[in-house]
Design a protein around this ligand. Sequence first.
Ligand SMILES: *[C@@H]1O[C@H](CO)[C@@H](O)[C@H](O)[C@H]1NC(C)=O
Ligand SMILES: *[C@@H]1O[C@H](CO)[C@@H](O)[C@H](O)[C@H]1NC(C)=O
Ligand SMILES: *[C@@H]1O[C@H](CO)[C@@H](O)[C@H](O)[C@H]1NC(C)=O
Ligand SMILES: *[C@@H]1O[C@H](CO)[C@@H](O)[C@H](O)[C@H]1NC(C)=O
Ligand SMILES: CC(=O)N[C@H]1CO[C@H](CO)[C@@H](O)[C@@H]1O
Length: 563
Amino acid sequence: MGLRACLLGLLALILSGECNYSPEPDQQRTPPPGWVSLGRADPEEELSLTFALRQQNLERLSELVQAVSDPSSPHYGKYLTLEDVAELVRPSPLTLLTVQKWLLAAGAQNCYSVTTQDFLTCWLTVRQAELLLSGSEFHHYVGRPAKTHVIRSPRPYQLPQALAPHVDFVGGLHRFPPRSFLKQRPGPQVAGGIGLHLGVTPSVIRKRYNLTASDVGSGTSNNSQACAQFLEQYFHDSDLVKFMHLFGGKFAHQASVTRVVGQQGRGRAGIEASLDVQYLMSAGANISTWVYSSPGRHEGQEPFLQWLLLLSNESAPPHVHTVSYGDDEDSLSNAYLQRVNTEFKKAAARGLTLLFASGDSGAGCWSVSGRHQFRPSFPASSPYVTTVGGTCFQNPFLITNEIVDYISGGGFSNVFPRPSYQEEAVAQFLSSSPHLPPSSYFNASGRAYPDVAALSDGYWVVSNSIPIPWVSGTSASTPVFGGLLSLINEHRILSGRPPLGFLNPRLYQQRGAGLFDVTHGCHESCLNEEVEGQGFCSGAGWDPVTGWGTPNFPALLKTLLNP
Ligand SMILES: *[C@@H]1O[C@H](CO)[C@@H](O)[C@H](O)[C@H]1NC(C)=O
Ligand SMILES: *[C@@H]1O[C@H](CO)[C@@H](O)[C@H](O)[C@H]1NC(C)=O
Ligand SMILES: *[C@@H]1O[C@H](CO)[C@@H](O)[C@H](O)[C@H]1NC(C)=O
Ligand SMILES: *[C@@H]1O[C@H](CO)[C@@H](O)[C@H](O)[C@H]1NC(C)=O
Ligand SMILES: CC(=O)N[C@H]1CO[C@H](CO)[C@@H](O)[C@@H]1O
């Protein structure tokens, strides 16, 4: 492709004396709904761009991830340190030199690297950036939810051909901040009056997942957990205090977040951030909790990328990370998807557990050349993260069996092939599901998700001192599942074992042992409007709606404690 672009650019070469290539020709550049352009940016304005430098030894990295995450391997749990990972993937001296020289010549000031040296974030003026990234043109945009301002280029950029072996992509010019998978939707109402729907609180979560008052962190293990926030989502410790007072019940918990990495602005609290903090700290009760906060306010910044950089720059981060955000897989360039997936491998090699929400539109829907298809989301579709789907109570007035929450994201990646760990489970589902949608709607060869699930309907949250009902979405199930894994890590660490790390190889090998198998219900998709039927339906065993199911804590602890 580089060669073709180069030949096609022959005329440009003659005119400009340079030959360029496009690292991300397939990246969507139109702003998502809710964002509007305010016109071109001032040439003297400053913005930050992130350069993803080509890494080395990526095959070796994949092998190591497999070895440390597979319980039958002699290397299970023998995680790499950040320094080991840096040693492995660090770009070659030629790459480092070539990129530095190019940036210096363009007048880039204040470049910051990370421990693994595979990213560089630099501050430039708009004028410098437009010269550096040929074709780019920076505009201001304002958008949801908090009238966030960003600078983005609606036009594609090119790099000099000489950089093709050294740069994967440039961040900070096309992608808008990812979407949160939170929904607010009223539950069932009793005819003629006030809804008596149960509403999910920490006591309901702890009761349903069979936690006792003694299933809390001991405070002696240096164990910790984290959630990541983007788009000016802040939390308030005072909301946590009020939340625990109103809804907490009888279990020990921490009164405040232990550490904020990045910037926590002083603005109003966001519902997403409040939800994540309050339920991560209720399920993973009394465990030290960090919040990664990448506000996405600073011009040019790409907050999700910012979070990945923070992970590569922190030698002792928490063991479990939950992220309730994502994008449509098809809106992201292949270069970006592959590189972010590699970042997840780096985390897996270090024994970090990354949990992502599976989405909020079931199988999803979009039109490709006039034909409807399901629409996977990313990072949910990455084979190197654990993806969490959503359930609700079968009887909304009782803490009993869970069934599918119809919004639960699930399906098959169009980019990442099915990983070997889920080969058997997915083949079994495809050959036995009685309600399979037509095969033209999904790519059966792709990575299938979610892997697990938890309640996602009707949560109570306290935000800006106000109790808020009906908070829903896989945004809620993800921190709950994360908190429970942290409790299991607590037992593992106290008994001298390594933390769980990347869970999927183990989860599928044990065929979902310790989880409640959700077998009722289907999620939504385009088929609802078009023909009769739904997206996928849950059934016995793994399915692309609720994965292996929801946690039964004592059973899960038993099956995940050894080795
Ligand atoms: C990574 O950490 C180092 C040392 O703390 C710091 O100087 C550098 O700015 C950080 N990099 C980024 C991209 O924030
Ligand atoms: C909760 O954690 C604190 C330390 O943060 C510890 O002192 C306390 O004993 C823990 N509570 C329980 C019930 O284990
Ligand atoms: C289906 O998924 C595979 C990866 O598993 C990918 O290579 C292929 O391009 C996808 N097909 C379509 C039509 O998206
Ligand atoms: C909790 O335990 C009860 C009683 O054993 C069981 O019926 C229920 O399914 C368990 N919860 C989950 C989520 O498995
Ligand atoms: C993840 C975590 O909380 N790590 C901490 C473990 O303890 C050391 C030393 O007290 C801290 O520096 C780490 O931050």
